[in-house]
Design a protein around this ligand. Structure first.
Ligand code: AOF
Ligand code: ZN
Length: 376
């Protein structure tokens, strides 16, 4: 049973957990609160894989006041020994009276032993499922990782009113204004990989880093992933300077933070991790996602040009599509977002809209592939 108070606290905690979006990967975003007689005594937010979980931080901040308290947490407390000890043990030791959590933990290691059982056996009351769907929505990256063993894929497009991405071939064209640009940098912060095709590198020469005005930090830079079938990448591309400077060290034992090059040619590189597609067929995104997941990537943002976007949409290997559309008309010489022979605009415009909102001078529309287009 849940009350309006339970839901209010849980929503507050879900919003709080978002403050660390992107920084907790491969771990989920989690926040917890210690509550006594309807008053929040202390909160905790998980910050980074390898560091303390949300419940442990909240219990430590509450000290003796944890005894007899109700602990609210946005994710089922963990029951396994990971990089840190099980949170259920910390809750039991702290002498809490009740634990209320939002969603079950889809991590198979945690599923081996239910938190509800472990806590109930110790005499602690347990309630679960408060704002469950909202919590799963916040942690959709983690849920996808755990249930499908692949990264969550977000495609971002910026298009004109007439659905073009540039005024003319080979011409860098700024479509979005400052408000939408800031929003894109939030997207970059939420990801651990940012993928573009070689065409985008040669024409736009992007830096591919996260430049948020309020919290500029190289810690938030995702790792560049370049699809470069014929190895046309030059050492002067701008993203290298950022990549060399710093990419988010997600975990303390991360083997490498080098950019990734996906190619058809065998190639050795000191500066990049190269993955090679050894087949005459078009490079399969399903295969790329598998490779990237085994390298530890959890959430890939694709800032594709025409080639990558068309191929990705026709293969259907994406989860979320964020489209910023401006009011300008680029005209008949402009470059289409999608090469119409491969994917039809009809199939795209028939896609259900997940969310639509104005973003500065642009309209931002989000589509979700789980609404019927993605196969798995
Ligand atoms: C929680 N609270 O704040 C987090 C949880 O390697 P570890 O010890 O950090 O364990 C990681 C797993 O623990 C992660 O995959 C997820 O199942 C859970 N994360 N659990 O109760 C937290 N971050
Ligand atoms: Zn835990």
């Amino acid at each position: 049973m849940s009350t309006a108070f339970d839901e209010k606290i849980m929503r507050q905690l879900l919003a709080l957990s978002m403050s660390e979006q992107g920084r907790t990967l491969p771990n989920p975003m989690v926040a917890a609160a210690v509550v006594q007689e309807g008053v929040i005594i202390a909160t905790g937010v998980h910050q980074k894989s390898g560091e303390a979980h949300a419940e442990v931080l909240a219990l430590a901040a509450a000290g003796n006041l944890s005894k007899g308290a109700t602990v609210y947490v946005t994710l089922e407390p963990c029951t396994h020994m990971g990089k840190t000890p099980p949170c259920v043990d910390a809750l039991i030791q702290a002498g809490v009276r009740e634990v209320v959590f939002a969603m079950e933990d889809p991590n198979p290691q945690v599923q081996e032993r239910s938190a509800e059982e472990a806590l109930s056996n110790a005499g602690i009351l347990v309630r679960k499922g408060i704002c469950r769907e909202e919590a799963r929505e916040y942690n959709r990256v983690f849920v996808t990782n755990m249930t499908h063993n692949r990264p969550y894929i977000t495609l971002k497009s910026a298009i004109s009113k007439d659905m073009k991405i540039a005024e003319a071939p080979q011409k860098l064209t700024q479509i979005t204004g400052p408000v939408a640009n800031e929003d894109v940098h939030k997207l970059r912060r939420s990801c651990d990989g940012i993928l573009v095709g070689i065409g985008t590198i040669l024409i736009d020469n992007p830096r591919l880093n996260c430049r948020l005005t309020e919290t500029e930090s190289s810690q938030d830079n995702p790792r560049p992933i370049i699809i470069d079938p014929d190895l046309r990448l030059s050492e002067d591309a701008l993203f290298w300077t950022i990549a060399r400077r710093q990419v988010r060290p997600r975990t303390n034992d991360e083997p490498s933070s080098k950019p990734i090059i996906v190619t058809r040619n065998k190639h050795n590189s000191k500066q990049a991790t190269v993955i090679t597609w050894d087949s005459p067929d078009p490079i399969s995104f399903e295969w790329i996602w598998k490779q990237l997941y085994s390298l530890g990537f959890c959430h890939i943002l694709i800032e594709g040009g025409q080639g990558v976007t068309t191929e990705l949409l026709s293969q259907g290997e994406w989860d979320e599509w964020v489209v910023y559309q401006s009011n300008q008309v680029l005209g008949p010489h402009g470059v289409d977002l999608i090469e119409s022979s491969s994917v039809s605009w009809e199939s795209i415009s028939a896609m259900p809209v997940f969310k639509k909102e104005p973003m500065g001078t642009e309209m931002k529309t989000i589509y979700r592939n789980s609404l019927g287009v993605r196969k798995r």
